[in-house]
Design a protein around this ligand. Sequence first.
Ligand code: RAM
Length: 334
Amino acid sequence: MRLKKILLLAMAVSVIGGQVSCVQAAEKIKIAMVVKNLGNGFFDAAHEGAKEAATQLGDVEIIYTGPTTPSAEGQIEIINALISQKVNAIVISANDANALVPIAQKALKRGIKVISFDSGIAKEGRLMQLNPSNAELIGLKQIQMASDAIGGVGEIAILSATAQATNQNKWIVAMKQALTKPEFAKMKLVATVYGDDQSDKSYREAIGLLRGNPKLKAIISPSTVGIVAASKAVVDEHLAGKVYVTGLGLPSEMAGHVKSGAVKSFAIWNPIDLGYAATYVAHEFVKGHVSGKAGESISVGRMGKITLDSSGEAALGPPFTYNKDNVDKFSKVF
Ligand code: RAM
């Protein structure tokens, strides 16, 4: 009975003009989304977007996976397994730009389309990198928000994700560049620490920043995990209204901290859209519609088209700013 069912499902038998033709039911395109780590709300939202794209495309199966803590080693193991599973595409937010290149190249040699999104793999290990937005803009935006919160004067510190994260490292470079602008001359970056996108480590690092730098005025966290932990640390140390936290956060996780007074404003792009677009991109590569050449335009469903630059990268729109006036509304979305 079960066998009969399987046979019926797997084969469409049609009789055309006396001829019998057996058509194998089309297998779905397997797209694996490999995130920095599981249990991160940012990637859960990207997964939502991937599922939305898969539903629209109709011929896609999403395999959502990642290590429990954000490490390149964990992702290498996962990619090895995905190669054996013969997935059609891997869409990865990389924990290290270079350490993942050999395994990514192995996957590429087996015909798997490897695309990085959010946090990139070095050029030689992927067909393209999908950036959420422009890195310089993301850096400048965060310095601007810190400046607005503290009146442009005082010590600031950065609480990042892992020390190897491609995306955060690019944004830190951009923040340092922004700080050289005359309008930010009275702000001083006194420390950069790493919470590894883990709540407990980020919290401990934030407490360390607050206790070790009594003149600190702002903590910028370019990580959705770090910004929540830093806000909690500011509240727990009774420093709300004295030290301000800003950076990149999810409205759903930050609404309470806008109310607690630890945060005046923060920013982020839509992570659902990012996961959605990354899935469309992978589909376009698997279908052979694009190959990753500079100048190529790629269709990303409801989001229109994106264009590859000379480094094989493309970017979505600018980040959006949240504060007490709009955070509740958006906290229902992501
Ligand atoms: C964390 C991750 C992710 C980053 C966001 C802003 O969730 O580090 O890669 O894009 O923060």
